[in-house]
Structures are given as structure tokens and as C-alpha cells.
Write a protein that binds this ligand. Structure first.
Ligand SMILES: Nc1ncnc2c1ncn2[C@@H]1O[C@H](COP(=O)(O)OP(=O)(O)OP(=O)(O)O)[C@@H](O)[C@H]1O
Ligand SMILES: [Mg+2]
Length: 298
């Protein structure tokens, strides 16, 4: 079987231009104050090295506090690394840009805007003419299955619907890269599965490069081409697990397959410090394997 786990990533100068996203020796240090300790430096992110192919779906899992959101914020251009750099299409990230769409856990929709107006927001910023905006928002409303709700306001929608608006809004201005930080954490398990299937369908249709953070091992494996497994103290990428499950994937087909369960078990063991076993036959399954979604228990 092909190598499942890549322990290291070496970044060359050529990689910066040939990969969609490259993070090179990225560090983030916060100056913090702890009771009784005074001020000191806290390394939230340590030496992140990452290469993401154009059109790749990369998921990131890791314990709470390992720096996932800190990393995504830097990717989004909302904060800067203390050292190191991140490139998209060979250009260094220096701030927010419409080449990146962001979907966060808390929906972050504009409550005073309708579904259509939320989806058209980035297009307005880009000064896309009204008629064109309308055609684009129609397309994305259909893509996320919200036809009939164009004129509804966020408070009139369910959690899953709001999250679909957030995805449509992030996609509508045609970003190159979609950055998602636990986007489905606030919805119920059944809606989450629907959204996962929909996200994969949209990704298959739009060929975006996606970085998706989650606490759920099953979600990470189901969606990804590759899972970046993070560890804490200091927060860094411990290794990458290649997910060679066939595509297109649908959760109902995948969840009971032995390969899926084996890979989720592998990620579980890596997260819990026991990832040495490489072969399928001798690898014991982790407790999360086969136990359904939302059971990662990180
Ligand atoms: N602005 C800040 N100032 C000081 N410390 C910070 C700041 N932002 C984050 N941290 C610290 O950096 C570490 C990483 O935080 P981060 O939010 O990236 O974790 P996370 O992996 O996203 O966690 P979770 O899974 O709980 O969302 C934490 O210890 C946090 O306290
Ligand atoms: Mg976070």
C-alpha cells in the first residue's frame, strides 16, 4: 500500500511557485501575562511547514489550543506570523484579499442583509455590476440548495441553512482558496453530514483549494485528500496522513468501509502519540473508528 503518513515537509524555492499554498517555517509568538508570572512569550505556532496542491482538500486536526485558528487567521491575512511566511500562488500573504474565502464556526452573516444580499457582499466589494451579481448569487443559491429563501434574513434560517449561506457567500466572489475553521461545529449531527456531502459536491464542481479545520477525526478523514495532524506545546504539524479513499465520496457509502475506519483509527493514534504502526494488518483500531461522526473526543 502507498505510504500513508508523511512525517516531514521540506520546502524548496521552487515549491513556492509550484504549489498553491506554501507555509515556510511559520511561527507565531504571543506576549502574554499569567497570574504571578508577569509577561512572557508564548509560542502558539512553531515551525509550520506546509505545501498544498491546487485543488487539494486539506483538513487539519489537533487538540484544543494547538494553534489551528491562529494558523488560519494568518492564512486569511487577519494576523501576521512572528517569523516565517505563507505564500499563495507564489505571492506572500500580507493581508486579507478576495483570493481567499473564509467560513467560520459562528456563521458571521450580516443580520441586516437578506440571504441574497449576504451572498452578494463580496461581489459588491469587488464592484461587480448589479445584473452580474444577481446571476452569480442565483447560481450559488441553487448550489447550496436555498432556492425560495433568497429574501429571508439570517434569523429566519436554521443553523444548517445559515452555514450554507456562509459557504455560498465565501464562494460567490470566486476565491482561489477556501479557509474553513470548524464550520459545521455548531449544527446537529444529521445536518452536519448533509453539509459535509454538500461541501464535497461543491468542491468537486468548483475545484477550489480548501483548508478545513475540525475537531472531528471522522470529518477530517471523510473530506480530505490529506489530513494534517497537529500537536500542542508548541503547536505544530506532527505529520500528514494521506487519505486515498476513492472519490466521489458520500458519507453513507464511506462510513462503514474498513479503509475509512482504519484511517480514522490511524489518525486517532497519531493524535494520541501512538502512530508508529504503518501496516494495515497489525494496526489496532482506535476507539473513535467506526463510532460515527462527532465522536472524535479531542
Ligand atoms: N491574541 C492572543 N493572545 C495571546 N494568546 C493567544 C492569542 N490567540 C491565541 N492565543 C493562544 O494561542 C494558542 C492557540 O490558540 P488557537 O485559538 O489557535 O487554538 P486552536 O487550535 O484553534 O484551539 P481550538 O481547537 O480550541 O479552537 C492558545 O493557547 C491560545 O491561548
Ligand atoms: Mg480554534
Amino acid at each position: 500500500m502507498t505510504t500513508l503518513v508523511d512525517e516531514t515537509t521540506v520546502i524548496s524555492e521552487e515549491d513556492i511557485n509550484s504549489f498553491k499554498i506554501v507555509a515556510k517555517n511559520t511561527n507565531r509568538v504571543f506576549r502574554i501575562r499569567r497570574p504571578g508570572e508577569g509577561k512572557h512569550d508564548f509560542t502558539a505556532l512553531y515551525d509550520i511547514n506546509l505545501k498544498v496542491r491546487e485543488g487539494e482538500f486539506l483538513t487539519m486536526v489537533g487538540p484544543s489550543g494547538c494553534g489551528k485558528s491562529t494558523f488560519l487567521d494568518i492564512m486569511a491575512g487577519l494576523s501576521v506570523p512572528t517569523s516565517g511566511e505563507i505564500y499563495i500562488d507564489g505571492r506572500r500573504i500580507v493581508g486579507p484579499d478576495l483570493n481567499r474565502g473564509i467560513v467560520l464556526q459562528g456563521y458571521a452573516l450580516f443580520p441586516w442583509r437578506t440571504v441574497r444580499k449576504n451572498i452578494e457582499y463580496g461581489l459588491e466589494v469587488k464592484k461587480v455590476p448589479r445584473g452580474e451579481r444577481r446571476a452569480i448569487s442565483d447560481r450559488y443559491i441553487e448550489l447550496v440548495d436555498l432556492k425560495g429563501f433568497e429574501e429571508s434574513y439570517p434569523h429566519e434560517l436554521s443553523g444548517g441553512m445559515k452555514q450554507r449561506v456562509a459557504i455560498a457567500r465565501a464562494l460567490a466572489f470566486d476565491p482561489e482558496v477556501l479557509l474553513m475553521d470548524e464550520p459545521f461545529a455548531a449544527v446537529d449531527a444529521q445536518t452536519r453530514e448533509t453539509l459535509q456531502d454538500e461541501l464535497l459536491r461543491i468542491w468537486e464542481e468548483t475545484h477550489k483549494t480548501i483548508i478545513f479545520i475540525t475537531h472531528s477525526i471522522e470529518e477530517a478523514v471523510f473530506l480530505a485528500d490529506r489530513v494534517a495532524v497537529m500537536s500542542t506545546n508548541p503547536g505544530t504539524i506532527k505529520c500528514f496522513v494521506n487519505v486515498n479513499l476513492p472519490r466521489p465520496r458520500r458519507i453513507s457509502d464511506v462510513r462503514n468501509s474498513s479503509d475509512f475506519n482504519w484511517i480514522t483509527g490511524k489518525v486517532w493514534r497519531l493524535l494520541h502519540g501512538d502512530g508508529d504502526s504503518e501496516t494495515k494488518s497489525d494496526a489496532p483500531r482506535g476507539p473513535s473508528a467506526g463510532s460515527g461522526f462527532d465522536s472524535a473526543g479531542l
